[in-house]
Write a protein that binds this ligand. Structure first.
Ligand SMILES: [Zn+2]
Length: 404
């Protein structure tokens, strides 16, 4: 089970917890609040606010803060979310590398470690490596596994969000339907959130660089091509978690002799032309010898004629899919990240050309197409924030109080 259903919430409802989750949510978004602030912002009565605050103080979810702390017996006048009541652990798993971090309960990263991995070596090896890094992060900060309130994992493949399972991933051999939360059972007594890497990236970019933007499309152009959607300020995953898979939209490309076969098994997909792996294939066919996507990017940046031509074509093909997404969702901002975003000039020109040519003026009137700001840390940063939101969702208030 991922972020579990509110097992405690129903039984708590009868003894008066209405609005408790919302009051906690208010504290999570403000540095500190007085009783009067809570009354004003929730519309709850003074006695209800006092009861809710007592419950949150008893559970150490909220603590006295700043002036008026209980020195000499005076009751505190200001209170704050207790972001050090425990810790969160997150692992951003890529195809060839993994970043892990220790975070406070606001989802702010306090320490991180990275290492190379091969995601195709299978879930047991990769998750063992992640857990070994978690252990070092906890020990380094003087924490124990009992203090972990949530574990977050993101992966470069399709995820059934409700089950926490990777489903038919093109590049993650051995991970199909693997029970990731189940692997962590017995190691940590807390919920385990599993998500697609680009969803975490989208959330990280939105929260840190575009906090006022409710509608954002994050395009990851790396080895593969994918997208994450933020609608109404929240990650939109669709019915099964498959939303945003623009890398496997089929495109028709002029002057292409044959439709290339994609990693998904179909032909003519966006990423079969424009993904980093496809660029490596085409550069090799043209006589170059890039071993990695970074090699391909560096070759393009040297200005090699064939490489630049392929990069421009990749930009237009990704732009074709982005234009479709813009027509469907009308985002305010399109953020482009991933290794290929480093060839900004060629890639962005192609994306802009196609989006402005194919989308209606109303959809592009206020549209911004920008580069990602968090670079390779977007997934890690976003995953920690997503996990914190999941752990402290109002419907989990029952479980949170039981844990106290
Ligand atoms: Zn495909």
């Amino acid at each position: 089970v991922t972020i579990s259903p509110p097992t405690g919430a129903l039984s708590m409802a009868g003894i008066g917890t209405a609005g408790l989750g919302e009051v906690l949510g208010l504290f999570r978004t403000r540095p500190s609040l007085t009783r009067a602030d809570v009354m004003q912002q929730t519309g709850l009565s003074r006695s209800t606010v006092n009861q809710r605050l007592d419950a949150l103080l008893a559970a150490a979810l909220v603590v006295p803060s700043g002036e008026g702390s209980p020195t000499g017996g005076r009751p505190a006048s200001r209170f704050a979310f207790n972001c050090d009541r425990g810790v969160l652990l997150v692992a951003d798993i890529g195809a060839t590398g993994m970043r892990t971090a220790l975070c406070n309960l606001r989802g702010e990263v306090s320490a991180e470690v990275e290492r190379t991995i091969d995601v195709a070596s299978g879930p047991q090896r990769v998750l063992s490596a992640a857990d070994e890094m978690f252990g070092r992060l906890l020990a380094g900060a003087g924490h124990t596994a009992a203090e972990v309130h949530g574990v977050g994992i993101d992966v470069p493949g399709p995820v059934d969000f409700a089950l926490g399972q990777v489903v038919s991933p093109p590049i993650m051999s051995g991970w199909d339907r693997y029970d990731i939360p189940g692997w962590f059972e017995g190691r940590y007594d807390c919920p385990v959130l599993v998500d697609k890497d680009v969803n975490a990236m989208a959330f990280g970019e939105q929260r840190s660089a575009h906090p006022a933007v409710g509608q954002l499309l994050m395009v990851k152009a790396g080895t593969g091509v994918g997208a994450g959607l933020i609608l109404g300020g929240e990650v939109y995953r669709g019915a099964n978690g498959a939303a945003g898979d623009i890398g496997h939209i089929q495109v028709t490309v002029e002057n292409a002799d044959i439709e290339p076969v994609c990693r998904c098994g179909n032909t003519g997909c966006v990423e079969a032309y424009a993904g980093g792996w496809a660029l490596i294939r085409d550069l090799r066919a043209a006589g170059h010898d890039p071993a990695t996507v970074d090699d391909a990017v560096n070759l393009i940046r040297t200005g090699d004629v064939t490489a630049v031509r392929l990069a421009r074509r990749a930009g237009r093909i990704i732009g074709h899919a982005v234009a479709d997404a813009v027509s469907l969702f009308n985002p305010r901002v399109v953020v482009v990240g991933g290794q290929l975003a480093r060839i900004e000039e060629q890639l962005f020109a192609g994306i802009r050309e196609m989006v402005y040519r194919r989308s209606l003026p109303l959809a592009t009137r206020n549209l911004q197409i920008v580069a990602a700001t968090l670079d390779t840390r977007a997934g890690l940063v976003g995953l920690a924030l997503l996990l914190a939101d999941g752990i402290f969702a109002p419907e989990r208030i029952g479980s949170l109080l039981q844990r106290a």
